[in-house]
Design a binder for this molecule. Sequence first.
Ligand SMILES: [Zn+2]
Ligand SMILES: [Zn+2]
Length: 350
Amino acid sequence: MKAARWHNARDIRVEEVEEPKAGKGKVKIKVEWAGICGSDLHEYAAGPIFVPVQEPHPVSKDVAPIIMGHEFSGQVVEVGEGVTKVKVGDPVVVEPILRCGECPACKKGKYNLCESLGFHGLSGGGGGFSEYTVVDEHMVHKMPEGLSYEQGALVEPAAVALHAVRLSKIKPGDKAAVFGTGPIGLLVIEALKAAGTSEIYAVEVSKERLQKAKELGATSVINPIEEDPVQKLHELTDGGVDVAFEVTGIPAVLQQAIDSTAFEGETVIVSIWEKEAGIQPNNIVLKERNVKGIIAYRDIFPAVMELMKRGYFQAEKLVTKRIKLNDIVAEGFETLIKEKDQVKILVKPE
Ligand SMILES: [Zn+2]
Ligand SMILES: [Zn+2]
């Protein structure tokens, strides 16, 4: 079968690999649609980050070259011995987290905080940029009737956004700021809308992305090239937002996000960082503010799909391009690097 494998930074190849079989407790899926994510782009442009290159990943036991793609939907085509959660023909989405099952976090059910955290499609063991893939039974979620496969490919990134909003202190009627409106920032805006946030301020340098933020529910937009976002947010909210979401990974923006909150305000860091980000701790201390991080998601895929049924996180608004697996480098990765008005590019593995 055909699959896109990461060999090195700037070296992702679509090549012929062996088709996997569903062993005991495993589910084989024919991939329908798979989304290209910001972390895929990082692996392509400046990896390896999550891709195991020196030693095999402790859970997948796999090492580069590895098949990429962790945001995908598909149809069950084979189930291994003992599988009861799904049957052949079921439409499913895959929750791609790899966890050890034995560390303190795993034992408490907080599997996204696993010491050996990895992702199917980033850390080995197969992925969605491939005609077929095989995953553990616990990783599949049957899609409810009425959701398309395209919609299914958006469940994973929407889960990140919904987890971030659920773990924040936001309450209906509160005010929030979202710094950075790439795909995850846009989904955070939608999750905030679902949470009943009264004012949602999007802070972003790209005009195209600010426009998209408005379409998806931002009540106001601020371009930090034109005005100081901290000052502007304090003016607009009479003292600062209740919660700020940092979704850029740019060091200077972290301080801005913290400073844009009110006293006792909260900053949620959603980004993954390439380097250190200096902040002035007094700005947290003197206002009794909070800063917290979130990673991925846990126990939330079914809730995301319920919200999709109610019209949130819609593929029609978020998918800006559909391509074939053969074109993934030129029409996928390269396009995302060049065109800032792209949101989500979906790949059809055929
Ligand atoms: Zn992702
Ligand atoms: Zn663990």
